[in-house]
Design a protein around this ligand. Structure first.
Ligand SMILES: Nc1ncnc2c1ncn2[C@@H]1O[C@H](COP(=O)(O)OP(=O)(O)O)[C@@H](O)[C@H]1O
Ligand code: SF4
Ligand SMILES: [Mg+2]
Length: 333
């Protein structure tokens, strides 16, 4: 498989929104993230709210410049390009689908114009060819032609997300990054949108980065699953792998057990620490039942093979049952 996009040791540090006492607080939204997505592959990203999933997505699509580290699209470093070259490379190579289609679409433009816009901006083909492409895109995402003149406000939530998906596909990108594409939608239309994404991925041979806090969906959709905690990638494993090795991944997965084997989730103590002052060493140590002195002293390096890597001083063994881990966690609490 050819590498499509490669993130190397990417950091994103924001000034804190609250400003802090002296306005000097820094939010560590993304810390030392390395990730490669190959052509045609689906990578799922999971983690609690605020752990940096959207930041990672924005860095991958070139709208967020990393404070340090690099993003390379087919080997070309995005942020050493001139602005126009970067926008062209990203615009043609990567499509982005956001969480809420009602804010992501221009409310004053009809569907036809929303879909034509990327073709106009990147000067693709003749005017007639652009019109034909708009019709083709609408058909691709299952929007009836009569909706071409409709404004976003006249559409249902599901139809709006179909427009957003069509727009992301307009320039025939190799990669689509979808950041919680169904969480703003009615439960009844979520499955339709997920199935549409899976279908498009197959038909078009897309690579897909799929961000969600719905772990079951991510595992169903993805080839690989990346777990994030407090700005860091802590595990990367094949979606089919039965045994995650990082305690946090195991805890996260245990909170959504299959219907056939209902189980108590692994209990975690205390809140997620602030991204303004992440703990020393392993960021999960304040809630981890396996933490020891070494966990406070140093962030563990990645261990394991390329296909399944994890950062933990005391990894869970792959065959350790969730029931056993629940007992361990309760005992140490
Ligand atoms: N523009 C910003 N300014 C300050 N802090 C930000 C900004 N964007 C995100 N953050 C903070 O960065 C962290 C990661 O946010 P985000 O990537 O949105 O997480 P997620 O998508 O997993 O919920 C959070 O603590 C969030 O509050
Ligand atoms: S490094 Fe230590 S604190 Fe971090 S997840 Fe592993 S055992 Fe827990
Ligand atoms: Mg988010």
């Amino acid at each position: 498989m050819t590498d499509l996009i490669t993130l190397t040791d990417a950091h994103v540090v924001h000034k804190a929104r609250s400003g802090g006492l002296f306005g000097r607080d820094r939010v560590h939204a993304l810390t030392g993230a390395s990730l490669t997505v190959a052509e045609g592959e689906t990578v799922g990203v999971v983690g609690e709210s605020g752990c940096g999933k959207s930041t990672l997505a924005k860095v991958l699509v070139g709208v967020q410049k990393p404070t340090a580290g690099t993003v390379a699209l087919r080997g070309a470093d995005l942020w050493s390009m001139a602005g126009a070259a970067r926008r062209s490379a990203v615009g043609r190579g990567i499509g982005m689908i956001f969480q809420d289609p009602s804010t992501a679409l221009n409310r004053r433009l009809p569907v036809r114009q929303i879909l034509r816009d990327p073709l106009d901006v990147h000067r693709v083909g003749t005017s007639a060819a652009r019109d034909a492409r708009v019709r083709e895109l609408m058909e691709l995402v299952g929007l009836p032609p009569v909706l071409a003149q409709a404004l976003p406000g006249q559409l249902s939530g599901g139809q709006r997300q179909r427009v957003a998906i069509a727009r992301a596909l307009a320039l025939d990108p190799a990669l689509v990054v979808a950041d919680e594409p169904t969480s703003a939608l009615d439960v009844s239309v979520r499955a339709q949108i997920l199935n549409l994404l899976l279908d498009l991925k197959e038909r078009l041979g897309l690579a897909l980065v799929f961000v969600s806090h719905d772990i079951q969906t991510v595992r169903r959709m993805s080839d690989r699953v990346v777990t994030m905690y407090l700005g860091r990638i802590v595990e990367e494993a094949p979606a089919s792998a039965s045994g995650a090795r990082h305690p946090y991944t195991r805890a996260l997965f245990s909170a959504t057990p299959g219907l056939l084997d209902p189980i108590d989730p692994i209990p975690l103590v205390g809140p997620v620490p602030s991204a303004t002052r992440p703990p020393s060493g392993c960021p999960f140590r304040t809630r981890c039942w396996r933490a020891s002195a070494v966990c406070a002293a140093a962030m563990p390096e990645f261990e394991g093979a390329d296909a399944h890597r994890y950062r933990c001083h005391h990894p869970v063994s792959a065959d350790e049952s969730t029931v056993a881990l629940v007992a361990q966690a309760k005992e140490s609490a």
